[in-house]
Write a protein that binds this ligand. Structure first.
Ligand code: AMP
Ligand code: ZN
Length: 472
């Protein structure tokens, strides 16, 4: 059994701070709701994935192995969360005069590029809704057999009145919803009912549609996450993440479907990140036309990791108010941080034996852990790091060791800085490109670049703290 440390997490289900206890002490099972690939993800979306990455890295730092599954929504997400409107991918395909398959491919690739630029670890399993149609049909069949569904002229629906715990996650006031209900429900029996399977319209030509026992069509948005999470992680798993907008509909419906089908608890810990906003309560969103994507920041000369640094400075459950002046100041602090680490390099040697390190060192390590293990308090973790750099009683070795250690969670490439001193720019760039290939598991391309680096007189070694370049 792995010896892992105690972590407190705020569970949306119940709203309390809870000690994290995984089902299997050797491996945490974690599901992250991924992007709907109909458009370029904006930096607000990226905040949700940075948060999930911080959570995963914190669990790993505490000693757990983590199996993380993330979905790619490439079908079934309609322009309105209430099962109305067009399929987002189909609409985007029409606008760009291409197919939904091409749209999915294009924006999935851009998403993967963005997460790589932000040092977000690739999930252990990345799965597409369209690759799991059969699993979704099977789940709907089970719900049908158990009497949770009904059929209307446009699809198969989940009858939420049959699931007594419906809305527990979001503390939804179902009676209030009923009383306040004014708009046309169509053929739905209850306002909160949702589509499990939608029929293709007779006159509609869809790029993505499949046969099912109920008729030709496509899955509803929520069923994919229940089907894929349970396929890869089991009927009950440890952690489920997403943005706070997922609480009242998407995650509420995931729980209803999964628990009705299995009769078991679906997820033990639900964690949700708050929004990136432009000003108080104005969410960055495509529909408001106020979005910024990562390439825009890169083209303006920002390091994507300066954006990551900005995110780390606000707790994930608080709104992050975004503006250029905030990004500028994060960028300046991040550059200053890197300069301070470069200064350390002149005297620092590798720490060989942790036992020999001083008490002050141990206090900083403890303070850092108590920050990040307390519901991922990264702003406090960052403050501890600055405290380390300013502390005159710590040796350079100790400072450097601590920062590399903290960077296992921050992932700001801080551990790479010392080794890159005095290395020519072209070699650094080759090493960076090689690292990207390695992250994408493109080993042949990565090996070619290693050869090129060696042919130019440098060696590159991979360590637990990142890669190290040295003159041969
Ligand atoms: P989508 O691709 O629309 O399914 O959204 C992807 C993720 O981004 C979800 O987890 C959303 O909760 C999250 N999200 C959307 N807008 C924002 C925002 N402005 N700030 C933070 N997260 C967001
Ligand atoms: Zn989902």
């Amino acid at each position: 059994m792995i010896k892992s440390e105690r972590i407190l997490l705020r569970n949306t289900l119940g709203g309390k701070l809870e000690v994290f206890i995984p089902l299997n002490p050797n491996e945490v099972t974690m599901y992250t709701c991924g992007p709907t690939v109909y458009a370029r993800a904006h930096i607000g979306n990226m905040r949700a994935y940075i948060f999930a990455d911080i959570l995963r890295r914190t669990l790993e730092y505490a000693g757990y192995k983590v199996k993380q599954v993330m979905n790619i929504t490439d079908v079934g997400h309609l322009t309105s969360d209430a099962d109305e409107g067009e399929d987002k991918l189909q609409k985007s395909a029409k606008e760009q005069r291409t197919t939904a398959w091409e749209i999915s491919k294009k924006y999935t690739e851009l998403f993967l590029k963005d997460i790589s630029n932000l040092n977000i670890q690739r999930p252990s399993i990345l799965c597409k809704a369209t690759d799991h149609i059969q699993e979704q049909i099977e789940l709907v069949k089970i719900l049908e057999q158990k009497g949770f569904t009904y059929i209307t002229s446009d699809g198969v629906y989940y009858d939420t009145s049959k699931f007594p715990k419906y809305g527990e996650l979001a503390k939804l006031n179902i009676d209030g919803l009923k009383a306040g209900y004014r708009i046309d429900m169509g053929e739905k029996r209850n306002k909160t009912d949702f589509a499990l399977w939608k029929f293709s319209k007779p006159n509609e030509k869809r790029d993505m549609e499949w046969n099912s026992p109920w008729g030709r069509g496509f899955p509803g948005w929520h069923i994919e996450c229940s089907a894929m999470s349970m396929k890869y992680l089991g009927e009950t798993f440890d952690v489920h993440t997403g943005g706070i907008d997922h609480i009242p509909v998407h995650h509420t419906n995931e729980i209803a479907q999964s628990e009705a089908a299995t009769g078991k608890k679906f997820v033990n810990y639900w964690l949700h990140s708050n929004f990136l906003v432009i000003s108080k309560n104005e969410k960055m969103s495509k529909s408001l036309g106020n979005i910024v994507d990562l390439d825009t920041l890169i083209n303006e000369g920002y390091d994507p990791l300066a954006y990551r640094y900005l995110c780390l400075n606000t707790h994930y459950r608080k709104q992050l108010i975004y503006g250029k002046s905030f990004l500028d100041s994060a960028s300046n602090s991040y550059n200053l941080l890197k300069d301070k680490i470069k200064e350390l390099d002149k005297s620092a040697k590798q720490v060989e034996n942790l036992e020999k390190l001083g008490d002050k060192f141990k206090i900083y390590l403890k303070n850092f852990k108590s920050a990040v293990f307390n519901d991922l308090n990264t702003p406090r973790g960052i403050a501890v790091m600055w405290g380390v750099l300013k502390d005159k009683e710590l040796t350079s070795e100790e400072k450097y060791y601590l920062i590399c250690d903290f960077d296992k969670i921050f992932a700001l490439n801080l551990s790479k800085i010392r080794y890159e001193n005095n290395i020519p720019q072209d070699i650094k760039e080759l090493a960076l490109r090689r690292e990207k290939f390695r992250k994408n598991k493109q080993w042949v391309e990565a090996d070619k670049l290693r050869e090129e680096i060696i042919s130019k007189g440098y060696s590159i070694k991979d360590t637990s703290n990142g890669y190290v370049i040295e003159k041969i």
